[in-house]
Design a protein around this ligand. Structure first.
Ligand code: URA
Length: 202
C-alpha cells in the first residue's frame, strides 16, 4: 500500500484507512484471509472496544466479534446500556481488533503481524477519539499499554493510551472458558463506566 510506505497511515481519513486495510499485504496473514475485518460502530463513539483478531465467523462476515465471543461481548455491552447499533441509550461504541486478518486456526498473533497491523488500530483510535477504551485480552492490552504484565495484574485501575483512559479486562473468549472470571469482567466494566462519568465531567 503506497500510503503505508510513505508512512501515511497516521494521516489517513476513514475512507483511505478502510481501503488501506482492505488491500493490505504487509504480512502473511493476507494469504489465508477471506476478507479483512476493519471495525464497526459509530465513527465518533465515546467507547472503543479493542479485541485481538478476527476468528472464523468474523473472517466470513467481515465484522468484528460476531461469533460466540461476540455474543458475550454484546451481552456485556447491553448490561451497561451500550450496543453496536447506533442509538444505544448510554452512548455509542466502536469495536476493532489489533489484527485485521484472521490468523490460521485462530492461533495467537505473532509480534511481526502486530507490528505491521497496529498502525491501523492507532489511526482508528485517533479518528474515533473515544473517551474510554476497553482493552480485551492480552494482545489488546500489550499493544496499547506496551506492557508484558498479565491482565490479572493490570486490571482494576485506569491506564492511559495517548491520554485516553484504558480499562483492561479479560477477553470474552477466555470468559467463555472461565465462567467464574465473569464477575471480574463485570467489575472492570463498572470501572470503565465510572471513569467515563469522570471524563464527561472533566
Ligand atoms: N475475538 C477477537 O478478539 N476479535 C474478534 O473480532 C472475534 C473474536
Amino acid at each position: 500500500v503506497q500510503g503505508r510506505r510513505a508512512g501515511g497511515v497516521a494521516s489517513m481519513d476513514w475512507a483511505a484507512l478502510r481501503e488501506a486495510v482492505a488491500s493490505c499485504t504487509a504480512c502473511k496473514l493476507c494469504q489465508g484471509r477471506r476478507q479483512t475485518v476493519f471495525g464497526v460502530g459509530a465513527e465518533r463513539a465515546e467507547w472503543m472496544i479493542v479485541g485481538e483478531a478476527p476468528g472464523e465467523q468474523e473472517d466470513l462476515k467481515g465484522e468484528p466479534f460476531v461469533g460466540p465471543a461476540g455474543k458475550l461481548l454484546d451481552q456485556m455491552l447491553h448490561a451497561i446500556g451500550l450496543a453496536r447499533e447506533p442509538g444505544a441509550p448510554r452512548g455509542q461504541v466502536y469495536i476493532a481488533n489489533v489484527l485485521k486478518c484472521r490468523p490460521p486456526h485462530n492461533r495467537n498473533p505473532e509480534p511481526e503481524e502486530i507490528a505491521q497491523c497496529e498502525p491501523f488500530l492507532r489511526r482508528q483510535i485517533e479518528l474515533v477519539q473515544p473517551r474510554i477504551i476497553l482493552a480485551m485480552g492480552r494482545f489488546a492490552v500489550q499493544t496499547l499499554l506496551q506492557s508484558q504484565e498479565a491482565i490479572g495484574r493490570l486490571r482494576g485501575r485506569v491506564h492511559r493510551y495517548q491520554g485516553i483512559p484504558v480499562v483492561v479486562t479479560y477477553h470474552p473468549a477466555y470468559l467463555l472458558r472461565n465462567l467464574p472470571d465473569k464477575a471480574k469482567a463485570w467489575e472492570d466494566l463498572c470501572l470503565a463506566v465510572h471513569q467515563l462519568r469522570q471524563e464527561r465531567r472533566a
